[in-house]
Design a protein around this ligand. Structure first.
Ligand SMILES: NC(=O)c1ccc[n+]([C@@H]2O[C@H](COP(=O)([O-])OP(=O)(O)OC[C@H]3O[C@@H](n4cnc5c(N)ncnc54)[C@H](O)[C@@H]3O)[C@@H](O)[C@H]2O)c1
Length: 311
């Protein structure tokens, strides 16, 4: 028998604060090459969406997340992101737990957006705004709130922004321009529309770009990326998907222009150099983040009343 963590069980097991710490340790372990992560495999099912198979190995365990991005799903009452995480013992290959992939994804996405913002943002930065008030936007806002940062939502659908603000206990930005002008911004949209045009950011701002995590998606103009200091979760993955991929294709960014967040956390590369820097973190979402959350959940298994799955 192995435990199954339903979405509510994942949330009960791992607080947003614990998620930030677990994800910080995962980025560090990956930067030190203690954890490894074969490339994520996309299985396109366009135009509806795509499947992703995301493996990682670390801390004596292996993980596979089988997860979707079907952007049109909410219109049919279904979530954009769904799937299952399998956590296995890396000493004998035996499965140890199954977890709801959407809940794991939301926790680790919120954690990465906030970890990047707290690492790269100005130390005296004030409030944060979250653009895109869907499942993962809410997770980002909840995590900002958990680390004590005031947060305001903006969404093309004002009803969704209102509902998310009430759910998370956050505020609402008066307009898209106001949201984009915050000291700390997280974009968590489907990546079909450029939110940040050339010249859109001002000195001192930080943006965690979370939404454009797959082929063809973008939230920032290539010209704007070329103008700011760029950080990413993983060069291999980010340079092939989403915002960075467009800039690399256009020849506007090369490997040397981009710093991995783990290197900043490990102290082997500089982060923000001063109050005038504009910092941008491009996230494509890593399986090592999922592994961090799955391991943190497993630590609490005995305290929760979890359904058991026969093997
Ligand atoms: N980087 C990562 O690790 C990571 C993790 C999970 C999801 N994602 C990506 O994040 C995106 C959002 O995922 P989700 O699960 O929250 O989706 P969702 O469908 O639940 O929410 C998307 C929200 O964005 C809003 N929106 C759409 N276009 C917008 C625009 N131009 N400006 C402002 N708001 C807009 C929608 O109204 C909706 O509320 C997807 O592209 C998904 O693939 C990335």
């Amino acid at each position: 028998m192995i435990p199954f963590f339903r979405a509510a069980d994942v949330e009960a097991a791992v607080s947003p604060e614990r998620a930030v710490e677990a994800v910080r340790q995962a980025f560090l372990a990956y930067a030190r090459r203690e954890w490894s992560m074969p490339p994520k495999v996309y299985v396109p099912a366009y135009p509806a969406g795509d499947f992703r198979a995301m493996p990682a190995l670390g801390a004596g365990h292996a993980l596979l997340k089988w997860v979707t991005s079907f952007p049109g799903n909410p219109a049919h009452g279904l979530p954009t992101v769904a799937g299952i995480v399998v956590l296995s013992d890396a000493s004998n290959g035996m499965p140890r737990a199954l977890l709801d992939a959407a809940a794991v994804t939301a926790l680790r996405t919120g954690a990465a957006a906030v970890l990047a913002a707290e690492t790269l943002g100005r130390p005296n930065a004030s409030g944060a705004s979250v653009i895109g008030a869907g499942v993962n936007g809410r997770a980002v806002a909840r995590t900002f709130a958990a680390v004590g940062r005031e947060v305001a939502f903006w969404d093309v659908d004002p009803e969704r922004a209102r509902a998310a603000a009430a759910d998370v206990g956050a505020g609402m930005a008066g307009s898209r321009a106001e949201a984009l002008a915050a000291d700390v911004v997280a974009t968590v949209t489907p990546g079909k529309e450029i939110l940040l045009a050339e010249g859109g950011l001002r000195p001192g701002q930080h943006v965690s770009l979370m939404g454009a995590d797959g082929p063809g998606k973008a939230e920032i103009a290539v010209e704007e990326l070329a103008r700011v200091r760029v950080f990413c979760d993983d060069w291999e993955q980010a340079s092939h998907n989403g915002d960075l991929a467009h800039a690399v294709e256009a020849g506007a960014l090369r490997r040397d222009d981009v710093t991995e967040l783990g290197a900043v956390l490990a102290g082997t590369a500089p982060g923000r150099r001063g109050d005038e820097d504009i910092t941008v973190f491009d996230s494509t979402g890593l399986a090592i983040q999922d592994l961090a959350i799955a391991l943190a959940a497993l630590e609490r298994a005995a305290e929760l009343d979890l359904p058991q799955v026969p093997l």
